[in-house]
Design a protein around this ligand. Structure first.
Ligand code: SAH
Length: 216
């Protein structure tokens, strides 16, 4: 797995582009500047890794556009040492961004083959702080709850109750909500035992958040 000077240069260009698009959090920009995103795409498509676009990763899934990853991560307002739940492991790129920011990540994927492939890949890459889980993200993870932050990286028709209940008081759940082509990026903050504040950060486009698991 090679990370050349050329890749590093392209990555710095991408970071500049993200700054131009309004990303400010230095921890987010630092993480994107360090992670070899080209290794998350199939070899033939490595050229595309540092363009600000989404890309197919096999199993009918995509690695999200860097801007979307950056913006959604920024909205989490992470603090080092926190415990994060990610729904939709996919390529593992978002989980690595979180780890680079100094948090512990639990990440759930519903597609078994993708789960296995990504579990091995992120560990081979050296990201041992990611605990990958195979399961239905609608249920979250009772076993490892509660979480300081929860990030959903698939477009949800509604906000799953289990995820709200697995959030610590004061914690954020960042989730794209909408059943069609595009979703509204919502941030829920748990303000009390059963009270939540909701903020809306505009339109984004994600692959669908599907119910249940798939042995494919
Ligand atoms: N975070 C990923 C983006 C992946 S795309 C990355 O950085 O590459 C969204 C992912 O969510 C897909 O892999 C899809 O299989 C997964 N997904 C969809 N519904 C799910 C569910 N109910 N539980 C867990 N994962 C789900």
């Amino acid at each position: 797995m090679i990370d050349s000077y050329r890749h590093k240069g392209l990555r710095q260009q991408l970071v500049k582009e993200l700054i131009g698009k309004g990303i400010k959090d230095p921890l987010v920009l630092g993480a994107i500047g360090r992670i070899p995103r080209h290794l998350f795409l199939d070899g033939a498509f490595a050229e595309w890794a540092y363009k600000d676009v989404a890309f197919p990763i096999g199993s009918d899934q995509t690695i999200s556009q860097p801007y979307t990853v950056a913006r959604q991560t920024e909205l989490l307002e992470l603090e080092p040492g926190q415990k994060i739940l990610e729904i939709g492991t996919g390529s593992g790129y978002q989980a690595c961004v979180l780890v680079e920011m100094g948090v512990k990540v639990y990440s759930i994927e519903r597609q078994e083959s993708l789960f296995k492939k990504t579990q091995k890949f992120v560990h081979d890459l050296g990201y041992k702080q990611i605990r990958t889980l195979y399961g239905d993200g609608y249920l979250g993870s009772e076993r490892f709850a509660p979480f300081d932050r929860i990030i959903v990286t698939a477009g949800a028709p509604m906000i799953p109750e289990a995820l709200k209940q697995q959030l610590k008081v004061g914690g954020h759940l960042v989730i794209p909500v909408g059943a069609g082509e595009s979703q509204r990026m919502l941030r829920l903050t748990r303000t009390g035992d059963q009270s939540f504040k909701e903020e809306d950060f505009g339109l984004f486009s994600f692959v669908p958040f599907l119910k249940g698991t798939a042995r494919i």
